[in-house]
Design a protein around this ligand. Structure first.
Ligand code: NAP
Ligand code: MG
Length: 492
């Protein structure tokens, strides 16, 4: 049985902790992948210190050289794509097609970031004064902590670690406790790509202990966090109090709007994909369908039919359309929200219970669930469930749909189904989300396009795309005066 190790200062080291946890396949809890020892506070501190010691040399390494290591990691990810995808499915439960997609996204992001290493350009700015100019340079910050969730345990670490390294920072990587195996593989890939000792460190431990130690360590100058709002906001409070830079990508409650002229086949299939893909465990998952009355009966009926036809099973089976919830906690959370929906008076159309037939009884499977006649004040319309549960909210017309869609503390993703250009552009203008999709699911994104949310979802710079390096660099402004004389203008 594998016992996962921490990677500190270029060495794989066994934790001395006596607190252990089993890494379990959520599709079949008899299948145990390995054991994690939860890193102690001392071990977390050692990782931060290793990163701090490695910073000087890494900062002095030319950016294109740093980029070549990230490019090598991209090639190694590609070579090991199938093996890592299989591991991801076994550890997290998503279907093998979804895992392969996540691996490809990770490869694309790493390639993109490697290219950015040759574009760490600043600006040259003409001056108000004669014989003067100014320019900007982008510089690394220092030790960066990457704190990541379990739902994209390969892609999210890569989209934080790759830009952090390219920018010249050293990294302490604290993955989610329940997905240690993929975190180890990612780190091994960077090791094989030639990352110098101490530049990337891995700490496998609980958020409340190892995580807490890392984010409060004074040598950690920036923290990139993806996860839940509860944890993210607390982390932001703590770290910002000591002046650390913080980026938080948090929860979502993503709406799809379906208008009367929508292509119904497309709207139903895309909503099912968005709501039930990855078992509803994407931050961009569709969790509210805001549908105009005129087509609501048809939409709900067809969506329920699609939900009931979904093939549940182990992700490793290529026939499977939807895998399990990731663990017992998440499974119980989903089932308890289903109870809340019922108690609050929503109409349960389909699903609503655990799936335990056909060998699914050893996994955390919940049938795809649709609630109709959900009202905006109900908890299932407001809170992130992170499971295969869709709430349908019926509305009078487009204006009412916009009002309901925007009545939400989160602002990650959204989509609309209509063929009316005027309403599409009003929707794009007025919808309060950081990303939006036209006639396609709320999920999905591309490696070279910025990613992130507004309102309660996002704090700080956007990840990926043209803005990927912003968070990981400090901007320095340089004024150059070649008059050789005492300054006479510009005296403020
Ligand atoms: P989580 O419980 O908030 O955990 C996220 C990470 O923070 C984990 O590594 C966790 O460690 C760590 N952590 C917990 N408490 C901490 C503390 N006190 N100090 C430092 N670190 C701490 O989130 P999750 O359940 O893993 O992921 C699901 C959430 O992520 C959902 O809300 C989803 O919407 C969000 N998400 C957002 C995006 C986006 O881009 N907006 C993308 C993906 C996911 P442990 O695992 O040990 O608790
Ligand atoms: Mg697991």
């Amino acid at each position: 049985m594998t016992t996962y190790r921490n990677f500190i200062s270029g060495k794989w080291v066994e934790s001395t902790s006596t607190r252990t946890a089993a890494n379990v396949n959520p599709a079949n809890t008899d299948d145990v992948l390995g054991t994690v020892r939860q890193a102690t506070r001392d071990e977390a501190r050692a990782a931060v210190e290793a990163a701090a010691n490695a910073f000087r040399d890494w900062r002095a390494t030319p950016a294109p050289t740093r980029g070549r290591i990230v490019a090598k990691a991209a090639r190694l990810l590609e070579e090991n794509k199938e093996e890592v995808a299989q591991l991801l499915t076994r550890e997290e439960g998503k279907t093998i097609a979804e895992s392969r997609g996540e691996l490809q996204r990770s490869i694309n992001v790493a390639e993109f970031c490697a290219g950015e290493a040759r574009r760490l350009n600043g600006e040259t700015i003409p001056s108000e004064l004669p014989l003067n100019f100014a320019y900007t340079i982008k510089q690394p910050i220092g030790v960066v902590a990457c704190v990541t969730p379990w739902n994209f345990p390969v892609a999210i670490p890569i989209w934080k670690i790759a830009p952090a390294l390219v920018a010249g920072n050293t990294v302490v990587f604290k993955p989610a406790s329940i997905t240690p195996a993929t975190a180890v593989r990612i780190t091994e890939i960077f090791e094989a790509a030639g990352i110098p000792a101490g530049v990337l460190n891995l700490v496998l431990g609980s958020g409340s202990e190892a995580g807490d130690e890392i984010i409060n360590h004074p040598a950690v100058k920036a923290i990139s966090f993806t996860g839940s709002n509860g944890v993210g906001i607390r982390l932001y409070e703590q770290a910002s109090r000591r002046g650390a830079k913080v980026q938080c990508e948090m929860g979502g409650k993503n709406p799809v709007i379906v208008l009367e002229d929508a292509d119904m086949d497309l709207a139903v299939e895309s909503t099912a994909q968005g709501a039930f893909g990855s078992s509803g465990q994407r931050c961009t998952a569709t969790s509210r369908a805001v549908v105009v009355n005129e087509v609501a009966d048809e939409f709900v009926q067809r969506l329920a039919k699609r939900a009931q036809s979904m093939r549940l099973g182990a992700g490793a089976d290529p026939q499977t359309e939807m895998g399990p919830s990731v663990d017992e906690n998440q499974f119980k959370t989903v089932l308890s929200y289903i109870d809340v929906g019922r108690e609050d008076g929503a109409t349960l159309v389909c699903g609503g219970e655990r799936a335990s037939v056909d060998g699914l009884d050893k996994g955390y499977f919940v049938h795809p669930t649709v609630f109709d006649h959900v009202t905006p004040d109900m908890r299932i319309a407001r809170e992130e469930i992170f499971g295969p549960v869709l709430s349908v909210l019926r509305v009078r017309d487009f204006d009412h749909a916009m009002e309901v869609a925007n009545d939400c503390e989160y602002g990650l993703s959204s989509s609309i189904f209509t063929n009316d250009a005027a309403r599409i552009f009003r929707f794009v203008d007025e919808i309060e989300t950081g990303m939006t999709h036209i006639n396609s699911p709320t999920t999905g994104g591309e490696a070279h396009v910025p990613f992130g949310g507004i309102k309660g979802t996002g704090i700080g710079d956007r990840e990926q795309g043209s803005t990927a390096l912003d968070f990981y660099t400090d901007l320095k402004v340089v004024y150059v005066d070649y008059t050789g004389r005492k300054r006479e203008g510009n005296l403020y």
